[in-house]
Write a protein that binds this ligand. Sequence first.
Ligand SMILES: [Zn+2]
Length: 178
Amino acid sequence: MNRKTLMNRRTGINRRQFLQGLAGAGCCILLPSSLLAADKGMQNVIEKIQKSEEEWRKILTSQQYYVLREEGTERSHSSPLDKEYGKGVYACAGCDLELFTSEMKFDSGTGWPSFFTSIEGRLGTKTDFKMILPRTEYHCARCGGHQGHVFKDGPKPTGKRYCNNGVALKFIPENGKA
Ligand SMILES: [Zn+2]
């Protein structure tokens, strides 16, 4: 059976339709962490962190600030985390909230650290219209720091590709924590 090819073709069409659908809806797949927590019996309530622009500038490097607070995108292949495949967790560089584990990472060949899923309830999403086609932006649920964009051309089992800026993450190795 040539099911995979068929599926890929269908995904290509569906992605466009999906994106158009999002544009038509005028936004927004915002999932407040409080809502997610409510579904789980209020177990994982994430208290949000709010800081002024000045405060963020003090604790972030200029590259981190550009990505996390201004929704910038780092240069492809510029982050050492793209080729990091050790065991550990990936935390938000802004507030240390753990967003991904090394088991969720895969090599997408794009030059950006890529994940097929995230730790539940740690990300919020919104649609961004910076490109001609709207994209689904995602950010840290605690500090609101921009992490990357999620696409629907990832591997099984989710079919998702979280395309993340390496500079927005801190890798914490399972062994050898300082
Ligand atoms: Zn954060």
